[in-house]
Write a protein that binds this ligand. Structure first.
Ligand SMILES: *Cc1c(COP(=O)(O)O)cnc(C)c1O
Length: 393
């Protein structure tokens, strides 16, 4: 019945379970284990878990289950499984499906650790990886083959904000029998239409917008019951990537305000992008909902808003970018995003420092590139601060 609710209502109520005490706020069941009235009941639980039955927190926990049910409803999937971090989610989603000899096609503009899982770990176990320019459908068509098992991509890339045509990639993958896994952080669960466009498995680092207040690491994987309760759950419950009940409780409370927060942040992002476009200290302003963005029409089709991050290419390369960062007074220099506090990052020397220079060039991670994650501050203050800091460039 809750399927008929709109997003904000679901974010506040979906998945909630009350104990016998009738608590208003979701309870934190900070327990790793569960007890049984009789030996027969214990045997019965291990034999076949019923709904709302738990045996061990690595397998499931009531607070974690509330969070999983809530996000599955928002994403529009049958089920979800919460993990200890975004990377635990990405790693498990890929690894649980792959074996030696399998072929994976992935967009190459990826979060550094995702690239490591593909190119270092999975390749070491005999999985063949083909990387493509995600915005070029011809490259996808040339790479996906009948033996391709998994197609992996970030719907909006970090930090270059390239938008990938999810529908076309999903159609191509499905014609070849492949499963599409999308790392969907930049689209956020609120703006995402990934499932509607054909994506099979949607992964979030809940560390970002879902917590949204910089407290806990977490991840979640959304998909069909067959995938989540099948290969994903089996892999995760035995390898130990489960989310802690405390983290799940923080994420549940974060979900209540998720829609309000990301809409406010996206509104600020668009306002900042529009104001700064054409500024004489900037080479470029990149934001999916600016008409100048190369995949602008696609972005508007695929997402309800342009997201909460604006990418600025500051003139003067690294020196220009550093002068700008050091002159800002409101945003903090950090490497998170999606937070209530505005955060600025210089990817070339932090999040992406490990990449060789030629790979940075290929991925568009220029020395002057600054990633600006819009927080919940008044955007007029943020714009004034940015305009002032650009004078130092
Ligand atoms: C942050 C992030 C991750 C990793 O998530 P953690 O919670 O830090 O493990 C993966 N993919 C993308 C796109 C991210 O932004």
């Amino acid at each position: 019945m809750t399927k008929d609710w709109n997003t904000r209502t679901k974010l506040v109520h979906s998945g909630a379970r009350r104990s016998q005490y009738g608590e208003l706020s979701e309870a934190m069941f900070l327990t790793q284990g569960f007890v049984y009235d009789t030996a027969e009941q214990a045997q019965g639980r291990f034999d076949k878990l019923g709904e709302d039955e738990f045996i061990y927190a690595r397998y499931g926990n009531p607070t974690v289950a509330m969070f999983e049910d809530r996000i599955a409803e928002i994403e529009g999937t049958e089920a979800a499984f919460a993990t200890a971090s975004g990377m635990a989610a990405v790693n498990a989603a890929l690894t649980c499906l792959l074996k030696a000899g399998d072929h994976v096609v992935s967009a190459k503009a990826l979060f550094g650790s995702c690239l490591y899982v593909l190119e270092d770990i999975l390749a070491r176990f005999g999985v063949e990886i083909t990387l493509v320019d995600g915005t070029n459908m011809d490259e996808w068509k040339a790479a996906v083959r009948p033996d391709t098992k998994v197609v992996f991509l970030e719907s909006v890339s970090n930090p270059t904000l390239e938008v990938i045509d999810l529908k076309s990639v999903c159609d191509l993958a499905h014609e070849n029998g492949a499963t599409v896994i999308v790392d969907n952080v930049f689209a956020t669960p609120v703006f995402s239409r990934a499932v509607e466009l054909g994506v099979d498995v949607v992964v979030y680092s809940t560390t970002k917008h879902i917590d949204g207040q910089g407290r806990c690491l977490g991840g979640v994987v959304c998909g069909t019951k067959e995938f989540i309760r099948g290969p994903f759950e089996t892999y995760t419950k035995h390898t130990g990537g489960a989310m802690s009940p405390f983290t799940a409780w923080v994420m549940l409370k974060g979900m209540e305000t998720l829609d309000l927060r990301v809409r406010a942040q996206a509104e600020s992002a668009l306002a900042m992008a529009k104001t700064l476009e054409g500024h004489d200290k900037l080479e470029r302003v990149v934001y999916p909902f600016l008409a100048s963005h190369p995949q602008h029409d696609l972005a508007r089709e695929m997402m309800e808003e342009g997201g909460t991050v604006v990418t600025l290419i500051v003139k003067g390369g690294k020196e220009g970018a550093f002068r700008f960062l050091n002159a800002l007074t409101i945003p903090t220099i950090s490497n998170n995003l999606g937070d209530a506090k505005s955060i600025v990052t210089h990817p070339a020397t932090t999040t992406h420092y490990r990449l060789p220079d030629e790979q940075k060039v290929e991925l568009g991670i220029e020395p002057g590139l600054v990633r600006f994650s819009l927080g919940l501050e008044d955007v007029r203050d943020l714009i004034a601060d940015v305009e002032n800091a650009l004078k130092a460039v």
